[in-house]
Design a protein. Structure first.
Length: 276
């Protein structure tokens, strides 16, 4: 028995080490490349940098349209997060509280969005946005990202709202609150954990989106960070240190958003705001 436990413990440790290596290896490579001068990079590609060389970062931010792409990504991500939280929370609340065949039909439509592969929607999406002159516009990109993400977000909100006691709403209704006041003053404040979860997930999806951005925003001045990174590794294939420096800079907003909201994520994914 003791030998079996020891063997199981050893296997678990080896699996954890292998998992850590797989996850951390890309970050290690990025750091090794980004913080090395060209001379040091040629001599020792995968060795840890002997000094923190910042010239690659200065060169990356000095590339034309880099800050424009950064600004575009911030605008799109913030607008997308705000819109999807408002649309999905109100939609999930209506569907959950009405709970009849008519509103359940909308719930299944939202879930259908999750099941449809994005590749089947690429051409129709392009045609529809072109018809309303939304190509190469940030609002068109925001609209498309909301449409592709709203299904699973409604699913998250619906599961969370079911854990909010309806007795709270009934008490507020007796006090004279209408449906809008009940939602925004009673229910919505209780949705803080799931709101923060949706904020992080939606921000990451928007910030890292490449496929939708490639279809909609093709002009250089309309590029987002993922498209700029794609251009980096094409235009700077002879100096990948600059490309990796740009990639590390692009990671900063996502890391900040995650660490600011991480304590709410588990609660938002697993439980309701108030238990019956």
């Amino acid at each position: 028995m003791r030998e079996r436990k020891k063997r199981s413990f050893t296997i678990n440790i080896l699996l954890l080490i292998a998992l850590c290596v797989i996850i951390l290896a890309p970050f290690y490579v990025a750091i090794c490349y980004a913080f090395k001068s060209r001379t040091e990079f040629v001599k020792t590609k995968l060795a840890f940098p002997t000094s923190l060389y910042l010239g690659n970062f200065l060169e990356a931010v000095g590339i034309p349209h880099y800050f424009t792409a950064f600004r575009n990504s911030v605008i799109v991500a913030v607008c997308m997060v705000v819109c999807i939280i408002f649309i999905s929370s109100t939609g999930a609340y209506i569907i959950t509280r009405r709970n009849n065949k008519f509103y359940n039909m909308f719930y299944y439509v939202f879930q259908l969005v999750i099941l449809i592969p994005f590749q089947t929607l690429m051409f129709p999406l392009y045609r529809e946005l072109n018809a309303v002159h939304a190509l190469n516009t940030l609002w068109g990109l925001v609209f498309a990202q909301i449409g592709m993400n709203v299904g699973y977000v409604v699913f998250l909100y619906a599961g969370f709202i079911k854990g909010v006691p309806i007795s709270l709403e009934e008490a507020a209704e007796l006090d004279g609150c209408n449906k809008y006041q009940i939602f925004f003053r009673i229910v919505f404040p209780l949705l803080k954990p799931i709101n923060m979860t949706v904020l992080v997930l939606s921000f990451l999806n928007s910030w890292n989106d490449f496929a939708i951005s490639m279809i909609i925003c093709q002009k250089k001045e309309m590029r987002t960070i993922p498209m700029m990174q794609y251009a980096f590794f094409g235009e700077y294939s002879s100096n990948v240190s600059v490309a990796f420096a740009g990639a590390l800079i692009a990671m900063v907003p996502t890391v900040i958003v995650y660490f600011l909201a991480q304590k709410y994520i588990v609660a938002g994914m697993t439980a309701g705001a108030v238990k019956n």
